[in-house]
Design a protein around this ligand. Sequence first.
Ligand code: PEP
Length: 295
Amino acid sequence: MKRPLITAEDLQQSPDMVIPVGARLTPLAQDLLRKRGAVVRGRGAMPLARRLLIANWKSYKTVGEACEFARALGERVRPPTALQLVICPPFTALATLGEALRGVAELGAQDLSPHDEGAHTGEVAARHLLDVGCSYALVGHSERRAAGEGDALVATKLERALAAGLRPVLCVGETAEERAAGRAEAVVSTQLGRALANTRPTDLPRVVVAYEPRWAIGKGVTPTSAEIAGILGHVRHSLRQMAPEVAERVSVLYGGSVSPDNAGEILALEDCNGALVGGAALDPVRFSAILAAGS
Ligand code: PEP
């Protein structure tokens, strides 16, 4: 059977198109995908995972502070960047920040409702996130899991994000106790399996997986590079078992105390397609230094 040919025009007309398995890409289409942060290997080969640098601002920054960050980041960063930048501010800053970051970074939410819009006081639905320009949404961040969010709720949110056209960033990772008991890989596999149980293989390339050991988040400590490489390889292996034909196209990130000092080594690891950054992403100087380290 003849492999479909994708041109740059096709990609411009449908920026979120899912590239069919086995498709060929014209050189201009490959350039465009590289500019958007995809890794494209070989002539006419299909694109591999997007390289991403995602900022999770948690419950920090007012709208004014977010705009000041956008101004300072814009001065330091020259698009297209080697890693696609994504900023996840508090909900209140999404609309304004999206405008301020246009052309420099994409927008993500830190969470989303498991429901469609309706009588769900306090919930922010996928539809509302799309309305203010979000392309991504974190799902199952450890701080939400610590607040009681279980695998079933995480899976529902992931499905809701995919159905709406958002790219869910699924956070997985073990606690210090689970690690001490030698269960890190098993915990990560279980979380992945439960969250992705109902995900169709054709939707999987829109999912981002962030391995975030819970004991490393906000603590200034990280696993060794060999340990990170081991778990990221394990995530890729699990994805291959779920959907071998698309597993290489899923972006797999590391998160947990990433800083300008350790980013170069972490971002160079095989199977690492980027990072999810909390504390160091609040400062445009440190965040752009992490980008430079991974470029
Ligand atoms: C996070 O909040 O997802 C995170 C990785 O935080 P930090 O970089 O501060 O550890």
